[in-house]
Design a protein around this ligand. Structure first.
Ligand SMILES: Cc1cc2nc3c(=O)[nH]c(=O)nc-3n(C[C@H](O)[C@H](O)[C@H](O)COP(=O)(O)OP(=O)(O)OC[C@H]3O[C@@H](n4cnc5c(N)ncnc54)[C@H](O)[C@@H]3O)c2cc1C
Length: 424
């Protein structure tokens, strides 16, 4: 069962170790846990639905509460304090594009606002229900999840837009393919949600961001079906895909999407490299990115994040040894960790890694091998569960994203950290 007021599966926990708690206490002060509202409390506040009974719409309070908010920090506060605000008047679970069309038709006639719902991991507030006179229908795509067609020659796969990340990859893996799109929310986000939010995955350097992977699809709009064919490229007019990408469901509901897939990579590896400080690390990553080596991932953490990750990792002895070695190599308290990934055929992937490590060495990077990369890969979707563990002790973890040109990276990072510290 999915948590109604936190991240992920109720049976999965990620407890903070004593060292991690001591570290947080030292850096942030003691945590002040709050008393969480119960699910029953939250459901008890839900007003009667304003929708007339409809065979495809569930108006039970429990279902409506579960579709009321996303996963941003403000959403968490509302859920945990049991102050959810407006909830949808009902939730529909169509199992075909025809049913989506019928529901939009119904909503148009009954003057009901519709909010498409994928996995509900939005951190941008786009699932929030506006309080007002108009009833609101949340339209869940989760029943549209099948792989409809796989064109091996063109390497195109067509899925129902509500397919969750793990289900999508499992269906492709059975045929020897991957999409390679891994946002950190992979476990609970959907293909349609990725497209509607222009999402970016951890291995986008090789596989492409969702805008490079989305080839075409079907969108049900209040005035008809929009079919976006799969052109590899076009020299004529605007690209209709761009209207859907990042639209947050405002133009209509994506019911199926065709994506560009790749054969499963025979080789994949993630290696850790440390730099003495942020200046050195940033220069190295810029050089690596601008060299356009065929890597799948470059993931750089600043000194604070590096220290936090090493402490929260929980392997005290191993991390202690690593830190002693790094300090002998000139990487002390200001050290920054870079994770370098390659994915694909073994020979070119290994060659790309060798090239990357040589370039990192020229920037005084200290390569510590594959062990930390393997650990990172194993835990990359489990780490999100730390949000729940930290909350229990009165700490919050949030995720934000941005993109700036290289010349603005350092000032932006400093400003962001300062703003975050001030606001919290
Ligand atoms: C812990 C955490 C980690 C995250 N990591 C990343 C990350 O690494 N990269 C990243 O890009 N994002 C990340 N996100 C943000 C979020 O997961 C993404 O925006 C994701 O793409 C949302 O997908 P979803 O299926 O959950 O969509 P939802 O949250 O359900 O919906 C998001 C938006 O898309 C609309 N929508 C959903 N499905 C459809 C559809 N079929 N047709 C039309 N509109 C639709 C909704 O109305 C809403 O506006 C993270 C979020 C969390 C909480």
């Amino acid at each position: 069962m999915q948590r109604w007021n936190g991240w992920g599966d109720e049976s999965v926990t990620y407890a903070l170790s004593a060292e991690a708690l001591a570290f947080l206490g030292e850096r942030l002060g003691p945590g002040s846990p709050i008393h969480d509202a119960t699910f029953d409390d939250a459901c008890a506040q839900v007003p009667a639905s304003r929708l007339a009974p409809h065979p495809l719409i569930d108006t039970r309070p429990a279902t409506r509460v579960r579709h009321a908010l996303g996963q941003s920090l403000p959403d968490w506060f509302k859920l945990r304090h049991g102050r959810i605000g407006a909830v949808p008047d009902g939730v529909a679970f169509p199992d075909s594009a025809l049913q989506v069309r019928q529901l939009l038709e119904y909503a148009r006639h009954a003057c009901v606002a519709v909010i498409p719902h994928g996995g509900g991991t939005s951190v941008a507030g786009h699932l929030t229900v506006a309080a007002g006179p108009r009833p609101v229908l949340s339209l869940s795509l989760q029943r549209l999840s099948a792989l409809g067609h796989l064109d091996r020659e063109a390497q195109l796969a067509t899925f129902g837009a509500g397919v969750y990340g793990p289900d999508l990859e499992a269906q492709l893996r059975a045929h020897g393919y991957t999409l390679g799109h891994y946002p950190q929310s992979f476990e609970y986000s959907t293909l349609g949600g990725w497209i509607a939010t222009r999402s970016s995955g951890q291995q986008s350097l090789r596989y492409g961001r969702i805008e490079q992977l989305f080839a075409g699809g079907e969108v049900e709009t209040p005035c008809g079906t929009l079919t976006i064919p799969t052109f590899p490229a076009s020299a004529a007019g605007i690209d209709l895909r761009e209207m859907v990408l990042g639209s947050e469901g405002r133009l209509g509901i994506l019911t199926q999407a065709t994506v560009r897939v790749s054969p499963l990579p025979p080789h994949e590896a993630f290696h850790a490299v440390f730099f003495a400080d942020w200046g050195q690390a940033q220069a190295a990553v810029r050089a690596l990115a601008q060299a356009r080596l065929p890597l799948c991932m470059l993931r750089l953490s600043n000194a604070l994040e590096t220290q936090t990750m090493l402490t929260l990792a929980g392997h005290k002895k191993l991390v202690g040894l690593l830190e002693r070695y790094l300090s002998l190599r000139g990487c002390g308290d200001s050290k920054c960790m870079l994770m370098v990934g390659v994915s694909g055929d073994a020979a070119p992937a290994r060659a790309a890694l060798r090239g990357a490590l040589a370039l990192a060495r020229r920037h005084k990077g200290v390569h510590v091998g594959r062990h930390m990369g393997d650990k990172w890969k194993q835990g990359r979707f489990r780490n999100v569960y730390l949000r729940n563990g930290a909350w229990e002790h009165g700490y919050v973890i949030d995720t934000v994203e941005t993109a700036v040109d290289w010349s603005r990276v350092a000032p932006m990072m400093a400003a962001l950290e300062q703003a975050g510290a001030g606001a919290l």
